[in-house]
Design a protein around this ligand. Structure first.
Ligand SMILES: Cc1cc2nc3c(=O)[nH]c(=O)nc-3n(C[C@H](O)[C@H](O)[C@H](O)COP(=O)(O)OP(=O)(O)OC[C@H]3O[C@@H](n4cnc5c(N)ncnc54)[C@H](O)[C@@H]3O)c2cc1C
Length: 484
């Protein structure tokens, strides 16, 4: 059985390994000269910048990929739990260290609002129920039959899936700062906490269940470990190889073209590339008006502006993960998701891997990236102009709020905008996380793991069920394991 996987994000690599374990003859195609997709690594003058994912949750999903070949994960990768998960910082200087230490959580909550301690306990209990249904029961099973979706609806309604995550959290918590902290999780998978279905509240519990981890040497070290495993297991890896055309016969895919020249014959194609883009650019199947309608009405996740920088000063008081809320948080998100315009009162996420792992920067230096959610490219924003402005804005904010004298200490820097996600990673509208995690775009309503319109074509990754984030895309490969 000849199986070609297109794209080497976490989802594509996991699918390649799982199909290989079934005995398929697997080829992995990657457009770039390195693997990882959003998890690629950029190395510059001794600084190692993880391109995307930094927060590792549910590490067992990574370990499983080694274990299916009877390999010991610790021979390939080293994943360590973090004590402080996120440091949340507000404009007035208030900060909150979010962790798995329940005593510390309750003490900090009590200082802000005594009544919210009880609300927090009840909220965690409720998110456990959502987690049991949404993650344990449904995250790795196929959702390609409407009847299966219908069967889930009563339970999902019982779990208040009609509410947003923010509104669910607000029904337990009074204090506005705590509401923001405890409802921010949809942002990690490309959704607006004020509109994303409360089912995604399960991430709060998922973090509690397995903790938050860091991969020593960066997330890129996991990709390296998986690449080594793929080579050992005789998966053919073709870098600098972009799938440019599919060929079908009687509605079944039978071959594809690489870099507009080489043609290879296949039994199955598994796309880790963004499904809306694949359907727009590569699939040439018969029209299906229901499917076309589904595609047209889809909403896309936000775009990301990511500024990577190294400093000659060490900012030793900065935590590994900091989330800084702007005053106009809700308005900022509305501008990004609905109005598709920029807002100067930005909220941002600051990553400092050197807080845990000195190997990410040259001796005496510090390594960072800062991620600012921005509109995706449906906005029409000209990033060659706005990119530089955004860089200056975020430097000025970080210098005032977190990193004194930053400007004069930067020794290495570059940034990525939604243009990178659109042009380099082939993602529709340059969205950071493919289509949004809305109820009407989740499970059966998301792009199916088994193509709706073309036989022999399958999908893994952020745009398919269950969705974005490393645990999501690794689970999508488990779904495929059950389908193929
Ligand atoms: C800045 C950032 C920070 C993030 N932080 C976190 C985090 O802390 N924790 C977390 O869990 N998640 C995080 N995420 C989300 C997570 O990284 C993604 O959801 C996940 O990595 C996406 O994996 P994927 O399998 O969908 O593939 P992708 O990473 O999207 O990779 C797809 C690959 O397909 C390739 N490709 C596309 N078209 C073709 C073609 N035609 N031919 C050949 N190759 C092709 C691309 O080059 C790319 O390598 C973050 C994302 C970003 C962008």
């Amino acid at each position: 059985m000849k199986t070609v996987v297109i794209g080497s994000g976490f989802g594509g690599i996991a699918a390649a390994l799982r199909m290989r374990a079934k005995g398929h003859d697997v080829t992995l195609l990657e457009k770039h000269d390195d693997l990882g997709g959003r998890a690629r690594v950029f190395e510059r003058n001794g600084f190692k910048f993880d391109g995307g994912p930094t927060v590792i949750t549910a590490p067992y999903l990574i370990y499983e990929l080694f274990e299916i070949f009877n390999k010991n994960p610790s021979d390939y990768i080293s994943i360590k739990p973090l004590d402080i998960w996120y440091r949340f910082v507000f404009e007035d200087g208030f900060s909150f260290d979010y962790s798995g230490d329940e005593n510390s959580m309750k003490e900090q909550i009590e200082k802000i609002n005594k009544k919210d301690v009880n609300g927090y306990i009840k909220l965690v209990e409720f998110t456990k129920k959502i987690f049991n249904k949404g993650f344990t029961e449904l995250s790795d099973v196929p959702f390609d039959k409407p009847i299966f979706m219908m069967k889930q609806l009563p339970a999902l309604l019982n779990l208040k899936s009609y509410k947003s995550v923010y509104s669910l959290v607000s029904s337990y918590i009074e204090n506005e700062k705590l509401r923001r902290i405890l409802s921010m999780h949809p942002l990690l998978v490309g959704g607006n906490p004020f509109t994303t279905t409360s089912i995604y509240g399960l991430i709060l519990y998922l973090e509690k269940k397995w903790g938050i981890h860091y991969s020593m040497g960066g997330t890129g070290a996991i990709i390296k470990g998986l690449e080594k495993l793929m080579v050992e297991e005789k998966i053919e890896i073709k870098k600098n190889s972009e799938a440019t055309k599919f060929f079908t016969e009687n509605g079944k895919i039978n071959s594809l073209e690489i870099n507009n020249s080489n043609k290879i014959y296949v039994d199955n194609v598994i796309c880790n590339a963004d499904p809306p883009n694949v359907y727009d650019q590569l699939v040439n199947s018969k029209k299906n008006s229901l499917f076309d309608w589904k595609r047209k009405r889809m909403d896309y996740s936000m775009g990301l502006f990511v500024y990577y920088f190294g400093t000659k000063k060490i900012y030793k008081n900065i935590a590994h993960h900091t989330i800084k809320f702007g005053n106009k948080y809700e308005e900022h998100l509305k501008d990004i998701f609905d109005k598709k315009k920029l807002n100067n009162d930005i909220s941002y996420y600051l990553h400092r891997p050197t807080a845990t792992d000195r190997s990410m920067a040259p001796v005496g230096n510090d390594c960072f990236y800062v991620l600012v959610p921005v509109p995706n490219n449906q906005s029409g924003i000209n990033w060659t102009i706005e990119g530089e402005k955004m860089k200056n804005l975020v430097i000025e904010k970080m210098q005032r709020q977190l990193l004194p004298d930053l400007k004069e200490n930067i020794v290495e820097d570059f940034y990525l905008t939604p243009d990178y996600f659109e042009k380099e990673l082939n993602t529709k509208y340059g969205s950071g996380f493919s289509i949004q995690p809305k109820f009407s775009q989740s499970a059966y309503f998301r792009f199916h793991n088994k193509s709706e319109i073309c036989k022999g074509l399958y999908f893994v990754g952020a745009g398919t069920h269950p969705g974005a984030g490393v645990p999501g895309v690794l689970s999508s490969a488990k779904v495929l394991d059950k389908i193929i």
